[in-house]
Design a protein around this ligand. Sequence first.
Ligand code: SAM
Length: 229
Amino acid sequence: MPRPDTEIDESPSGDAGPAFDHGAVSRFNAWFFTAFAGYLNHVARDHKQQAFSGLQPGASVLEIGAGTGANLHHLPTGVHLYAVEPSLRMHDRLRRRCAAAGIEVTVLPVGAEAIPLPDASIDEVICSLVLCTAGDPDAVLAEVRRVLRPGGRFRFVEHVAAPRPGVRARVQRAIRRPWGWIFEGCDPHRATPDTVERAGFSEVRVERRRLRHSVFWPVNTAAWGIAVR
Ligand SMILES: C[S@@+](CC[C@H](N)C(=O)[O-])C[C@H]1O[C@@H](n2cnc3c(N)ncnc32)[C@H](O)[C@@H]1O
């Protein structure tokens, strides 16, 4: 495994890839995903329990799009977390929450399209609500496969395009521009399960299931899954 302090550039000025700060919009997102973490974890509780259960103590875990740390409580003890997070506004809160949870973290200020970790160096990759937002989800999944060791798992929970034509699918398409502006690139109508299925993993399990009782009706269509390298 790479040593966090010696081989990895954690500085935003490093040349590993595009970090960003969109000013007020990025501040809003850092606040929103902290303030609503409890609620979002509640509505996605079943999805996250299925996707993230079985992480082993001491495993090397990479979270892509770690945000402000919504998934830290799913990590077992003794984990060193590598957290890819391009939004610089998320970092302070993420570091504080890791410290409070006693989790050692290396924050990587890059997009997951170019992850500055060696091939086959990670046991588990996790994410929630990220493939909806990343600029190039195919490139992200190619990088996830590259950094996973053979047999390593990619575990994800995502809101996805409504599977059938209908009112929700139409609304998801209609709100794309404003939604994407507010949530820094998030697309409410992405066929993420298809993207994972064509990414070249040896096994893929994907289950589509609506989030329960969410007030965020347009993006209630969701999926969780586990893909094995
Ligand atoms: C909807 S938020 C979800 C944050 C967190 N995972 C959660 O569940 O609360 C999407 C996150 O993906 C990050 N993100 C955006 N583009 C990304 C990329 N290309 N690679 C990795 N993360 C990205 C955003 O900065 C943001 O933190």
